[in-house]
Design a protein around this ligand. Structure first.
Ligand code: NAD
Ligand code: MG
Length: 390
């Protein structure tokens, strides 16, 4: 029986992960499940999969979690420390599906035990890619990508040599506003930005898809995870979301990965790797689909893509600053404090504030180093929002 833990179990990726695990419960022993304020769902998951421990990120939810788990034999815990402790419980496979930089510390802890880390939390790679890979290497642990594009690249690279890769293209659906004119974007509402044409995902990544900050994170994620030079990485808008990524080789061959827009593909691949298993996902009927379309992203409507290039050029801790500034900008947009296009303006201002100081391009020496950069970017971003200097 494989011991598995799921961080962010109550979110979109977490629920899909437990859907796959729950289809073969005899094959798994569920160690830890974690969530936020949706205690009813967390307790239901923990009871039905007989988890060892359920952890809520919020200490004020502990009493409710305890009550919901009464008599089940599942331990209850709460708070940031409890999350890390849960990550120290030995497990063979750990899903990292907390949203945001909050997912970093549990991922590091899991790697220290040599667990295979299925990484949906792209923020970890953007903020601390080099450290995370070094941690995995030091403990003989493996990181498997769960983002659909990166799982696709990983699969296209199987049996290939990385030196022979000429380019990597990750596709973008274009999000909710792919056909909106630039003039309308600033007035876009949170509700409008929270709908996705093809994927059902958590609200934050859905809004990041509308602004293409998600693709910006994914460009950096590609660079960090596969070690491919930024100039070899590109993105193309593909409204159907059926081709997830393409890898081009020195002989001109381009290997594409296709599949239905269902995260259980990428999650299932990481869960069963290096084998493949039957997955409950729709099969594509190409004749019925008829056509696939591609177009270049509009740099004016999606400045986040240019910012990602700047971050990759700076290197070092710029990714941590970028991710944190993006999280603060997104909070500001969701709270109605800044407009849609202000998110990119704010991130750009924070990056420029921070790059005028020394050291942004220096490699992070430790997770504390990363978290200090993260905290500085958040403070600068919040200050700019509250003083209206965006
Ligand atoms: P979600 O918002 O649906 O779920 C997030 C989970 O994290 C929930 O369980 C929530 O309780 C928990 N959480 C939130 N803030 C937390 C905090 N501060 N501390 C501890 N736990 C916290 O998000 P999601 O869409 O499932 O995305 C999860 C991660 O996977 C993100 O990094 C996202 O970028 C990535 N991802 C998601 C998809 C997708 O299809 N949803 C695809 C690719 C990558
Ligand atoms: Mg993706």
């Amino acid at each position: 029986m494989r011991r598995v833990s799921v961080f962010g179990a109550t979110g979109s990726i977490g629920v899909n992960t437990l859907d796959l695990i729950g289809r073969a419960p005899q094959a798994y022993r569920v160690v830890a499940l974690t969530g936020g304020r949706n205690i009813a769902l967390l307790a239901h998951q923990a009871r039905s999969l007989r988890a060892e421990v359920a952890v809520t990120a919020h200490e004020d939810c502990l009493a409710e979690l305890r009550a919901a788990l009464q008599g089940s034999g599942v331990e209850a815990a709460a708070g940031a420390k409890a999350l890390i402790e849960a990550a120290h419980r030995p497990a063979d496979w750990v899903m990292s599906a907390i949203v945001g930089a909050a997912g970093l510390a549990p991922g590091f802890a899991a790697l220290r035990h040599g667990s295979t880390l299925a990484l949906a939390n792209k923020e970890s790679l953007v903020a601390a890619g080099a450290l995370l890979l070094a941690e995995a290497k030091a403990h003989g642990a493996r990181i498997l990508p769960v983002d659909s594009e990166h799982s696709a690249v990983f699969q296209a690279l199987a049996g290939e040599r990385i030196e022979e890769v000429e380019r990597v293209i990750i596709t973008a659906s274009g999000g909710a506003f792919r056909d909106w004119p630039l003039e309308r974007l600033q007035a876009a509402t949170v509700a409008e930005a929270s709908t996705h044409p093809n994927w059902a995902m958590g609200q934050r990544i859905t809004i990041d898809s509308a602004s293409m900050f998600n693709k910006a994170l994914e460009l950096i994620e590609t660079r960090e995870y596969f070690g491919i030079a930024p100039e070899k990485i590109d993105t193309v808008v593909h409204p159907e979301s059926l081709v997830h990524a393409l890898v081009g080789f020195r002989d001109g061959a381009l290997m594409a990965h296709l599949g239905a827009p269902d995260m259980r593909h990428a999650i299932g691949y990481a869960l069963h790797w290096p084998e493949r298993a039957d997955l409950p996902v729709a099969r594509l009927d190409l004749a019925q689909i008829g056509q696939l379309s591609f177009r270049a992203p509009d740099p004016e409507r999606f400045p986040a893509l240019r910012l990602a290039r700047e971050v990759m050029a700076i290197g070092g801790t710029a990714g941590a600053a970028f991710n944190a500034a993006k999280e603060v900008a997104l909070d500001g947009f969701i709270a109605g404090r800044i407009g849609f296009m202000d998110m990119a303006r704010l991130v750009e201002s924070v990056l420029s504030d921070m790059s005028s100081r020394q050291g942004l391009g220096n490699a992070a020496r430790s997770l504390d180093n990363v978290m200090a950069t993260d905290a500085e970017a958040r403070a600068l971003g919040r200050e700019r929002i509250s003083t209206g200097r965006i």
